[in-house]
Structures are given as structure tokens and as C-alpha cells.
Design a protein around this ligand. Structure first.
Ligand SMILES: CC(C)(COP(=O)(O)OP(=O)(O)OC[C@H]1O[C@@H](n2cnc3c(N)ncnc32)[C@H](O)[C@@H]1OP(=O)(O)O)[C@@H](O)C(=O)NCCC(=O)NCCS
Length: 426
């Protein structure tokens, strides 16, 4: 027998049984209750307790601190896979076998170049444009170059455009970075894998051949794997929402980039670094913590809507920090971060609110050690998140249950007022 929830509204005496599926009730089932003239609805700003889809891509148990892609624990993927393997997994549901991986890597390699005319788009930005705005506008512009992306019902066209976007994101990110540095663009090198090629496009100077330290390439792979997907977060919801009006992948991903740009989402690691710089030294940590407890500032990189335990990605990143610092030398801000973390894990303010370090707490330190300016940090999140957005986009448009997204509101404004002509307005 189906699991049922019994509800009775005493004011009208109406009783109903609502079916419970997957620990949810269907919000439209509440409409049978009338509150005066109005059908009963739910009020849920920020989607605190509302599921918008069924998804088989990413599993999170925030209480236990678990993150899995397609059922594989994140720590194992971060230790054993490459980013492109994980992207394939997210998109296809299974890890690739050697032949599938070779085909996938070749496809991505073939599509790394940007359309030539996009350089004109890039040239139009001011020299100090934030690279996220360049990314957002350029990804939206891809639709002008690849209008077949609207044929998303056709799996072949869909797959091609997904590969195009995943392939071009590092190139676009590297071009945005070099534009800010007034350095000439470096085209992709077919001899390198995804992450090594990215580092080369970013950092190659006059050397004939740029060769990155293996530990840095691996750290990049790990960071990319950790950032590949995170179920229904703000930017993924933006991607799905924009896709819901029948949009192509590029337009939808561009909306995701916009959402990611906010400091409460992808911009948090930039904010962490700013915070660490402002604190400056370990002896100033107690004073900063007092400010947090008094509600004057937030401890950036702490707390999460879903994780009420140590973010599993933060644990893995902490290990990468050590590997990267072996190559680049230790960033003195690390000591400040470690001291903050010590307070955060022991002080009752943080413990009682279940605030733990999240993925952004240490990632900014790695990015800085690798030589990135803070405005590139969110770009380094957007590049790998593209595979997650693409997988979520694909799932959305092939899901018969989905509709155009259109939440309800509770209207609180005036009604049916008499129009006031201009000459009578005070
Ligand atoms: C991520 C975040 C937006 C989640 O917010 P949320 O789920 O809406 O949680 P709330 O804002 O309701 O916070 C709950 C309580 O913890 C406190 N809190 C949450 N994050 C905090 C932080 N980083 N520092 C200090 N206090 C914090 C809030 O002040 C609130 O306290 P109160 O109950 O006394 O009012 C929030 O934790 C935050 O702003 N963190 C810093 C930014 C960040 O690192 N973002 C990256 C996320 S991956």
C-alpha cells in the first residue's frame, strides 16, 4: 500500500490523504484544500525544503558529509580518476572503459579551439574586465556560432554541443586570464591532457614547450573533479531554469556562470582570500572570531546550506594544499587559515550552528599559490562545473516530468487602484 499522509483542515472540515513518494508529497495535491478562495500552496524562499526534480547524477548526505557522483564516492574519484573520466561518468552514468575514454578525450581535444570571430568579442571587453563577465558573455555568444544547439532533442546534436562546451571552457578561461595580463593568447596543444593543456594555455611564456610539474597537474585534476557537480545548487538551478523555457546549452550554461559569480556561491573562495589578507596574521584571529560571533562579519568558507558536517571536498583539498605548496612554497596565509579552522571546529558559536569548512576554505590558497589573481578563482570553478551543468541540462531536457519553471508568489501589494493622472500626483 502506498505511504499516505493524512491532512485535515479544521476550518472547513476537509480531509485528504496525500501520497508520499520518495519522502515527498506533491505540492499540487495541496490545492484541494481551500483557504478562503485560495488553493493551499507551500511557501519556500530559497527552496529550503522543496525537491524540483528527480536526479541520478549526484548524491549528497549533508548530515553525514557524503558526496557521490553516480554512486562513486568523491574521495575515490579524486584519488583514482582524471577530470575527463569524471565528466564522462556524470554525462553517461558509467565510468568509461579504455576505448570509450580514448574516444572521449579525442573528441574533447578536437573541439578545444575557439571560433576565430570570438576573438573580436573578447577584444571588445575593457582590459580590466572581470573574467567571469567575459566567460558569461562568451558562452552565451557560442549559441551564435553553434545554433544547432537548439536541436537538443536530437541526441547527436546534444552530445556534440556538450563536448564543444566542455572542450572550449578552459580555452576561454585561459584567454580571459591572458587578456587581463595583456599577454598573447596561447592556443590549445593537442599533445597535452585537459588539465595540463589548461595550465599551458594560462602560463606559457617564451619557452618552446611549457611543461607543468606533475603534482600541479594532479592538483588541478583533483580540484576539477571536486567541483564537477553538486546537485541542485544555485547555479545548477539557474541552468535548469533557463533550459526550462526551451533554451540551448550555451544560453543555459551562461546563466549558470552568472549565478556562480555571486559571493555566496562560487565567489566564496575569492572572499576567503580577502578575509585571510585582512586578518593578516595568526595573532589577529581571536579578534576576528569575536567579530563573527557578534554578527559583524561572516567567516567566509565556513557553513553550507546542505553540509552540516565537514564538507568531504574540503578534506581532500587540504591534502592538495600540501602537494601544491611542496612545489610553490608555503603561502603564509595558510597559518591564518589553519588557526581559523581550529577556532571554527572548537568554538560553540560554530559547533552549535554546525558550521564546518566548505570547499572554498582552502581552494583559494591553492589558486593563489598557482599564481592566479582572486578574480580568476570563480572561473576555475566554472570550468569544471560545466560538465555538471551539461549533465544536469541533459537530464532536465530528457525528463518528461519537467515543465517550464514558474514558481508561485504571495502577492502583498496594492490591488485595483484608481489611476492618478500626472497633474494630480503630489
Ligand atoms: C553557505 C551559506 C550561504 C549557507 O547559508 P544558509 O544555509 O542560508 O544558513 P544561514 O545563513 O541561515 O545561517 C544559519 C546560522 O549560521 C550563521 N552562519 C552561517 N554561515 C556563517 C558563517 N560563514 N560565518 C558566521 N556565521 C554563519 C548565521 O548567521 C545563522 O546564525 P543565526 O541562526 O544566529 O542567525 C552560509 O553558511 C554562508 O554565508 N557562508 C559563507 C559563504 C561561503 O563560504 N559560501 C560557500 C558555500 S560552498
Amino acid at each position: 500500500m502506498a505511504d499516505m499522509l493524512q491532512i485535515r483542515y479544521p476550518a472547513t472540515g476537509v480531509e485528504a490523504e496525500l501520497a508520499i513518494t520518495d519522502a515527498t508529497i506533491k505540492a499540487p495535491d495541496l490545492r484541494q484544500f481551500r483557504i478562503g478562495e485560495e488553493p493551499l500552496a507551500t511557501f519556500d524562499p530559497g527552496f529550503m525544503n522543496t525537491a524540483v526534480c528527480r536526479s541520478s547524477i549526484t548524491y549528497i548526505d549533508g548530515e553525514a558529509g557524503i558526496l557521490e557522483y553516480r554512486g562513486y564516492p568523491i574521495a575515490e574519484l579524486a584519488e583514482k580518476s582524471t577530470y575527463l573520466e569524471v565528466a564522462y561518468l556524470l554525462l553517461n552514468g558509467e565510468l568509461p572503459n579504455p576505448a570509450q575514454l580514448a574516444d572521449w578525450e579525442l573528441l574533447i581535444t578536437e573541439h578545444r579551439m575557439l571560433p576565430d570571430k570570438l576573438r573580436t568579442v573578447l577584444a571588445g571587453f575593457p582590459y580590466d574586465a572581470h573574467p567571469m563577465t567575459i566567460l558569461m558573455a562568451s558562452v552565451a555568444a557560442f549559441y551564435s556560432f553553434y545554433p544547432d544547439a537548439r536541436n537538443f532533442e536530437d541526441p547527436a546534436a546534444r552530445d556534440l554541443n556538450i563536448a564543444r562546451l566542455i572542450a572550449k571552457m578552459p580555452t576561454l578561461a585561459a584567454f580571459a586570464y591572458r587578456k587581463g595580463k595583456a599577454r598573447p593568447y596561447v592556443n590549445p596543444d593537442d599533445n597535452y591532457g585537459y588539465c595540463h593543456n589548461f595550465l599551458a594555455m594560462l602560463f606559457k611564456q617564451n619557452e618552446r614547450r611549457y611543461v607543468a610539474d606533475d603534482r600541479l597537474v594532479r592538483a588541478m585534476e583533483v580540484l576539477f573533479i571536486l567541483h564537477a557537480d553538486h546537485e541542485q545548487n544555485c547555479s545548477t538551478n539557474a541552468v535548469r531554469s533557463v533550459a526550462s523555457s526551451g533554451n540551448d546549452l550555451y544560453t543555459s550554461a551562461s546563466a549558470g556562470i552568472g549565478a556562480l559569480h555571486g559571493p555566496l556561491h562560487g565567489g566564496a573562495n575569492e572572499a576567503v582570500l580577502k578575509m585571510l589578507r585582512e586578518i593578516g596574521s595568526v595573532d589577529r584571529v581571536p579578534e576576528f572570531i569575536e567579530g563573527v560571533k557578534a554578527g559583524k562579519v561572516r567567516m567566509m568558507g565556513f557553513g553550507h546550506r546542505v553540509y552540516k558536517n565537514y564538507d568531504p571536498r574540503a578534506k581532500i583539498i587540504k591534502k592538495s594544499v600540501e602537494d601544491v605548496f611542496e612545489v610553490t612554497g608555503v603561502n603564509p596565509l595558510l597559518k591564518v587559515a589553519q588557526e581559523l579552522e581550529k577556532y571554527g571546529l572548537n568554538d560553540d558559536y560554530f559547533v552549535s550552528r554546525r558550521l564546518y569548512p566548505n570547499v572554498d576554505f582552502y581552494s583559494g590558497l591553492i589558486y593563489e599559490a598557482l599564481g592566479f589573481p582572486p578574480e580568476m578563482f570563480t572561473v576555475l570553478f566554472a570550468v569544471p562545473r560545466t560538465s555538471g551543468w551539461a549533465a544536469q541540462y541533459q537530464e532536465f531536457i530528457t525528463d518528461p516530468e519537467q515543465k517550464i519553471m514558474r514558481p508561485k508568489q504571495i502577492y502583498t501589494g496594492a490591488r485595483t487602484r484608481e489611476y492618478v493622472p500626472m497633474e494630480q500626483r503630489g
